[in-house]
Write a protein of this length. Structure first.
Length: 378
């Protein structure tokens, strides 16, 4: 660009720089203002897309006269489905976690340790052939307790619960973060139900694709979110429910706690609910000396995991998304690590949206190429 050209377009360049600077500063200010609502917006958007079809059917059922009630009905139904069970689940988990840690502390009593060693004397003889081993047991026990019993004091329990909640809820502060984000998520969800059509039209009007392609993108994204919700959450809940009833049959305490852990671990391929039913089955066999019940429990739990994981889940998730299961697993783990529990949904949805947009971008590019070639030939 020579001097004459620069002086000619000087005002335009200056105006462009000013507008770009104002836009960048305004964008930063908007981000700082609304960054507290990002979590709420993500959660609300996911639930809106997942329940969009149900909302449309509800509007048709209510008719034009009463369709203004549809946002209120949807939000109230979701509140009853999510909030009330969550209060029960959290309170039950806290009670059973404290009870579980208390039972562990009791199991480390000197009498319990000695009884266990006597019961498995063959293993003890295999480990050591010292004639004075049983005389050293009380001394070894006191040394062990002195080093590790602090794990089960109140401060350690609080730290354990806090770190666990951090894994589950991500970066949300407890309890204010959950209450704040939950309130605004439902507020935004109400707004999405009320103004959803306008928001969708605005979003698609900004996309640089033909209208037909925009409709296909919207439908595939909606189907992907619904599939992820059904495939991940529904199957995981079914895994946890079946494991809960299997634990109830064994008569072991804290069944809800074990089933909840199994629900989360079922998201991990291959391992799945085995992190719960295998140790519990071995406990029933070795400690309770009831191998018949232990084998029944382990086989039943393993069979349920295989059926749900290999037959039910692929029909709901893998085949519909057309994504390799290993990529889905990585997106689950990455989402869980970065965003907490809601990352189980965000991870696969983000991966699916990228793949969908990439597929449509290839189609759009090919269409643009062929159209330009035809224009040249004409």
């Amino acid at each position: 660009m020579n001097g004459s050209t620069f002086s000619k377009y000087k005002n335009q360049i200056f105006l462009t720089v000013v507008i770009a600077t104002i836009f960048i500063i305004s964008s930063l200010l908007v981000y700082l203002i609304f960054k507290s609502y990002i979590w709420s917006a993500i959660i609300a958007a996911i639930f809106y897309v997942a329940t969009r079809k149900i909302h449309k059917k509800l509007i048709k059922m209510l008719g034009a006269k009463f369709q203004f009630l549809s946002p209120w009905i949807m939000v109230l139904v979701l509140l009853n489905i999510i909030v009330l069970p969550s209060i029960f689940i959290i309170s039950t988990l806290l009670n059973e976690t404290v009870n579980f840690l208390y039972l562990i502390r009791l199991s480390f009593g000197e009498d319990k340790i000695i009884q266990t060693l006597i019961r498995f004397s063959a293993i003890t003889d295999f480990v050591t052939d010292s004639e004075f081993f049983w005389l050293k047991v009380p001394i070894l026990y006191r040394e062990f307790i002195g080093q590790y019993i602090d794990i089960f004091n109140l401060d350690s329990i609080y730290g354990l619960l806090k770190s666990s909640s951090g894994t589950i809820f991500g970066s949300l502060d407890l309890p204010t973060g959950i209450i704040f984000n939950g309130f605004f998520a439902f507020l935004l969800l109400f707004f999405f139900y009320k103004e959803g059509n306008r928001i969708e039209r605005w979003v698609f009007s900004t996309l640089p694709f033909p209208k037909e392609m925009e409709d296909k993108i919207g439908k595939r994204v909606e189907a992907a979110v619904q599939t992820v919700m059904m495939g991940n959450i529904l199957v995981s809940i079914l895994q946890g429910i079946f494991l809960y009833f299997m634990i109830l049959i064994t008569g072991l305490p804290n069944s809800f706690l074990y089933a909840s852990i199994g629900t989360f671990s079922s998201l991990i391929p291959v391992i799945g609910t085995g992190v719960i039913w295998l140790p519990l089955g071995l406990y029933i066999g070795f400690i309770d000396a009831n191998w018949l019940l232990a084998i029944f429990f382990m086989i039943g739990s393993f069979a349920a995991y295989l059926i749900l994981e290999n037959y039910v889940k692929p029909k709901l998730l893998d085949k519909k998304l057309k994504i390799h299961p290993f990529l889905i697993f990585l997106s689950l783990i990455g989402g869980l690590k970065e965003f907490g529990l809601i990352g189980v949904i965000i991870g696969p949805v983000a991966l699916t949206i990228i793949i969908i947009i990439w597929d449509f971008w290839k189609i759009f590019r090919e269409n643009a190429f062929y159209s330009s070639e035809s224009d040249k030939s004409v």
